[in-house]
Design a protein. Structure first.
Length: 125
């Protein structure tokens, strides 16, 4: 009698895993940079900046009354440009902030019908 132990043969999947020759080659150039793209655009448009091209195209869409394209420009500008312009400036003094807190508490008490007293500790010295 012969005792032979057979090991199960594993099926190889063609999904996932490293493949020979796959991936970026050593020394391969990175993806296109924004700076390179803008420089190329400026070169091909006679030195006109991208911002100026964008404005010109927006005005052309307005002159042609292309409502769909105008809406797309507005969406682009509001989503991308306005985020950089939003700033919060706080220049209130402690006394001004306390006065606003008192006015808010008074208005809130009138709305709810609840009388609220502010501790003496909360008032500015």
């Amino acid at each position: 009698m012969t005792n032979s132990i057979e090991t199960p043969i594993e099926k190889k999947s063609n999904h996932g895993g490293a493949r020979p020759g796959a991936g970026r080659k050593k020394g391969g150039k990175n993806h296109i940079s924004v700076e390179e793209l803008l420089h190329s655009l400026e070169t091909r448009t006679g030195g006109q900046r991208y911002e100026d091209i964008l404005v010109d195209d927006f005005l052309t869409a307005r002159n042609e009354n292309d409502k769909n394209l105008i809406l797309k420009y507005h969406t682009l500008i509001l989503n991308k440009v306005m985020n950089n312009l939003a700033r919060i400036e706080v220049d209130d003094s402690a006394d001004t902030i306390h006065a606003k807190q008192m006015a808010f508490a008074e208005a809130l008490s009138k709305l709810t019908g609840i009388s609220q007293e502010i501790d003496a500790e909360d008032s500015p010295e």
